[in-house]
Design a protein around this ligand. Structure first.
Ligand code: ADP
Ligand code: MG
Ligand code: MG
Length: 477
């Protein structure tokens, strides 16, 4: 692997054993007491929480690149909004993919259905997260753009305080100024309430669509509690797709009524992977929601715009001109794209296969899935690729593998050692954005905050819940 640059640490490491033991113990308790927590997958109990894995000291992040990502977010919000409203583009781009990928095909079927019927609600709410790795020169490159269930705004909003506390305890109060403010949680919740206000039905609730079992419960509850605390008149309910199927109906004006409660805004924290639709019922529930006059976060077309296939199509030369008019913006967005390639035979897929087979370590192969753990990396690609028919390949895209600079610190996990080793890590920055608009008019467009997720450098993926990733803060330099 070609990792190169090693970044310095925010403070001198290692810590001596006594100091390390004490600060870890304080850090764990701080995390537990401030909701930096999840439910355990291995030892599940609805009555207990574990702290979420975290990096003890914040990771260095170039200020210029951080600001670049922050400043680009409203442009990306607008771009994805326009992409989502370009029916021809979505159709053409996803045509081969939906021939072979049943999940995306099912989403597309819902899209076609509501498109043919006419959208009951023309407003969309987007709570997005654009994710970045830095390349060897420490410049941001987009990993992906999330349009559904973008998570960790709640927990990440605690991290400036968390790392300020840690730095202060370790005698570095002067360094806390390098931790940028993070208002991701309040930003996303304000946008949800703004959508609720636009509908203006005082009796209506915001519906959180949830998984059967929620491990990332604190992150979700932070959103709910933020809304209930700041806007006590706005009701929040949580239901699974199965429950929505069982108790939901459309009223005479296509209002969504769940358990007798009218819903004006639907916020999906589930519905992005196949196992969240165990039967036709859950698909029917999704269709019912799309047919309703509630504002959906995301609407079905926002969901489709967030597919990896769309990301790959947008990176093709000249395509951004279809959606953005400002040349400077176009250039700035183009710069964050790394090589993305279609495997579709009609789009030069055979040459891409040759290129990848010659040098698999330089690539990542991605299906149209969310939530981590779905990609194929390096040496595993050839076997997978050669076992597939030409058509089946169209379910995937290929992307240049990014090798970010390495940082070093302690990664703390529940059940981990009391005297952990320093590990080599890489960080993925996420910038949150919120948008509300119709096809022709954007009413609300903001950048609202960030998250930093760090994984051990030799892991392919760094899902926090999966155990290889940890929450972190950017320490700007
Ligand atoms: P998902 O929607 O499942 O989160 P991602 O595209 O974000 O899919 O991929 C999951 C993870 O895989 C990322 O968080 C990152 O750790 C790793 N990854 C994705 N793309 C690349 C890439 N081009 N280079 C290196 N690692 C990548
Ligand atoms: Mg994703
Ligand atoms: Mg991701």
């Amino acid at each position: 692997m070609s990792y190169q640059k090693v970044l310095p640490s925010a403070i001198d490491l290692p810590l001596n054993q006594k100091e390390l033991g004490e600060i870890i113990s304080k850090a764990k308790d701080w995390a537990l007491m401030h909701g930096v927590c999840m439910r355990s997958k291995t030892n599940f109990s609805a009555d207990a929480l574990q702290f979420a894995p975290f990096v003890l000291t914040p990771s260095l992040y170039p200020r210029k690149e951080f600001e670049k990502a922050v400043n680009l977010q409203t442009v990306l919000n607008e771009l994805m909004h326009k992409v989502a409203h370009d029916t021809d583009f979505l159709r053409e781009t996803l045509a081969s993919t939906i021939q072979v990928d049943e999940f995306t095909a099912n989403l597309f079927k819902i899209y076609e259905t509501v498109l043919n019927e006419g959208f009951t609600q023309i407003l969309n709410l987007g709570l997005f997260r654009s994710d970045y790795f830095n390349n060897v020169n420490n410049k941001i490159l987009q990993v992906e753009f999330n349009t559904i269930a973008s998570s960790f705004a709640g927990i990440s909003s605690q991290f400036q305080s968390f790392h300020s506390y840690i730095l202060n305890e370790l005698g570095h109060v002067d360094k806390t100024k390098n931790l940028p403010e993070n208002n991701a949680l309040s930003g996303l919740c304000s946008a949800m309430v703004e959508a609720w206000n636009i509908i203006g039905n005082q009796k209506a609730a915001i519906l959180f669509v949830i998984e059967d079992v929620t491990y990332n419960i604190c992150d979700q509850r932070f959103h709910e509690f933020e809304i209930r605390e700041k806007y006590p008149h706005v009701k929040v309910i949580r239901r699974t797709l199965t429950e929505i199927f069982n108790t939901g109906v459309l009223g005479s004006n296509k209002e969504l009524i769940v358990d007798g409660i009218v819903v004006s805004v639907v916020y999906f924290r589930s519905g992005y992977e196949p196992n969240q639709y165990p039967s036709k019922n859950e698909w029917d529930a999704r269709l019912m929601i799309e047919r309703s006059n509630a504002i959906k976060c995301p609407s079905i077309h926002y969901h489709l715009a967030g597919t990896k296939k769309v990301q790959q199509a947008l990176a093709k030369k000249g395509v951004l001109n279809r959606f953005l008019s400002n040349e400077t913006d176009i250039q700035k967005v183009q710069e964050i794209f790394t090589g993305l390639y279609s495997l579709d035979k009609k789009e030069g897929g055979d040459e891409v296969v040759d290129m990848v087979l010659k040098n698999p370590e330089s690539f990542v192969m991605k299906p149209q899935r969310e939530g981590g753990g779905n990609n194929i990396y390096g040496v595993d690609i050839p076997e997978k690729l050669t076992a597939m028919s030409d058509d089946e390949r169209s379910a995937y895209i290929v992307m240049d593998r990014i090798f970010p600079p390495i940082s070093k610190s302690y990664m703390i996990r529940p059940g981990g050692q009391m005297q952990p080793e320093i590990v080599e890590m890489v960080s993925e920055l996420g910038i949150f954005g919120a948008i509300i608009g119709t096809k022709d008019k954007i009413l609300y467009n903001r950048q609202v905050g960030h998250m930093l997720r760090t994984k051990v450098s030799n892991a392919n993926e760094g899902g926090v819940a999966a155990g290889l990733g940890a929450l972190d803060s950017p320490y700007l330099f």
